[in-house]
Design a protein around this ligand. Structure first.
Ligand code: SF4
Length: 109
């Protein structure tokens, strides 16, 4: 499935005034995001199931090599903390032998 396979709702705002920006279509945005994630899952043969929606894009970008190294480390640390209370869990991580420990987001040294 690719982005073209999804029936996207049309933005009905046909304003004649070019100075009026089109309204943001949240539903369309979500459908495009879901279609992209489904494409990633099928192309790479990985499942993003179990990853909270708010972190799926971060994780997918890292898997595709489209993120910065900082974002990739963040995705790995969030994954390691089971996507739960990530700021506190990652910041207070005590696994000093982990190669990412010095680079973890929110690390307190
Ligand atoms: S630094 Fe801590 S939270 Fe990050 S991957 Fe290593 S063990 Fe997991």
């Amino acid at each position: 499935m690719n982005d073209a396979d999804v029936n996207l709702p049309r933005n009905e705002d046909k304003s004649e005034n070019p100075r009026v920006p089109p309204t943001f279509d949240r539903e369309k945005f979500e459908l495009v995001k879901i279609a992209r994630l489904k494409r990633i899952e099928s192309e790479l043969g990985v499942s993003l199931e179990g990853i909270p929606t708010r972190y799926q894009n971060l994780h997918a970008k890292a898997i595709l090599g489209e993120s910065s190294l900082r974002e990739a480390i963040k995705a790995k640390c969030y994954d390691c903390s089971a996507w739960d209370n990530v700021s506190e869990n990652v910041g207070n991580c005590t696994v000093r032998r982990c190669p990412l420990w010095a680079y973890r987001p929110g690390g307190k040294g």
